[in-house]
Design a protein around this ligand. Structure first.
Ligand SMILES: *Cc1c(COP(=O)(O)O)cnc(C)c1O
Length: 212
C-alpha cells in the first residue's frame, strides 16, 4: 500500500473549500480504501475498463469523476453511475452523453474541457466550440463548469497564463448559467498555482498515491 496519509491531511488543510479529487488511476482498490477510510469520497479515473472494475468492487457511495479522454462508444458504460465527467472535449461527445443519459434516465454533470496548453497532444474545446456546446443546452446534461490542463513545463509564468485563460472564460460564462460553479484545474505539480488563480477543484494523484 502506498497512500501518503500525511500528504492527504496536509492537502486537506491547505485546500480549505477547494474540492480534492483523488486521482487513483493505476492504483489498487486497497489504496483507494485507505483514503476512503479517512472519509474521502471523490476519486478520479482515466480509463473506462479500470473504472468499471473499481466501481463494481468498491463502496457505492464513492463519487467517481471521469477525468480522462472519453471515447464516445464507451459513454454508455459509465453514464448510469458517474458523478461527474470532466473531460468533455468535443461536441460529438457531449451529444453522446446526452443520448446515453436519456436512455439511462439520468442527468449527467459535465465539465467542458478547454484547450489552453501549448501542446497539441492535450485535448479540449476552443472558445467558439465552448460557446456552441453551452448553446446546445442538452436536456440530460448539467454543465457544471470548466476543466483544463496547463502545459507540462516548469515555467510558472506560462502555467499561470494558461490557468488565467480558463479563469477568464469561467468568469464570463458563470453569470449566464445555472448551477455553473466548478472550475477543475490543478494537479500535483501545479495545484498551488491553480488555486491562487481561482480553481475550486483540483485533481491530484501522485502526491497522494506516489508515482505511477
Ligand atoms: C493523471 C491526471 C491527474 C493527476 O495527475 P498527478 O500529476 O498525478 O497529480 C490529473 N488530471 C488528469 C486529467 C490526469 O490525467
Amino acid at each position: 500500500m502506498s497512500v501518503n496519509t500525511e500528504a492527504y491531511k496536509q492537502l486537506q488543510k491547505e485546500l480549505g473549500a477547494t474540492t480534492l479529487v483523488a486521482v487513483s488511476k493505476f492504483k489498487s482498490a486497497e489504496d483507494i480504501l485507505a483514503l476512503y477510510d479517512l472519509g474521502h469520497r471523490d476519486f478520479g479515473e482515466n480509463f473506462v475498463q479500470e473504472l468499471l472494475i473499481k466501481y463494481e468492487s468498491l463502496p457505492k457511495d464513492i463519487c467517481w469523476h471521469f477525468i480522462g479522454h472519453l471515447q464516445s462508444n464507451k459513454v454508455k458504460y459509465i453514464v448510469p453511475f458517474i458523478h461527474m465527467i470532466h473531460g468533455v472535449d468535443t461536441l460529438k461527445l457531449l451529444n453522446e452523453i446526452d443520448k446515453q443519459a436519456a436512455k439511462a434516465g439520468v442527468t449527467v454533470k459535465c465539465l467542458l474541457q478547454l484547450h489552453v496548453a501549448t501542446e497539441d497532444t492535450k485535448f479540449g474545446l476552443n472558445e467558439s466550440e465552448l460557446a456552441e456546446a453551452i448553446k446546445q443546452n442538452h436536456e440530460n446534461i448539467e454543465v457544471k463548469g470548466l476543466m483544463g490542463m496547463a502545459s507540462f513545463t516548469s515555467d510558472e509564468k506560462m502555467i499561470k497564463e494558461e490557468f488565467g485563460k480558463l479563469v477568464n472564460l469561467y468568469d464570463r460564462w458563470k453569470p449566464l448559467m445555472k448551477n455553473f460553479d466548478t472550475l477543475s484545474m490543478g494537479m500535483s505539480s501545479d495545484y498551488k498555482i491553480a488555486i491562487a488563480a481561482g480553481s475550486n477543484m483540483v485533481r491530484i494523484g501522485s502526491l497522494l498515491f506516489g508515482s505511477r
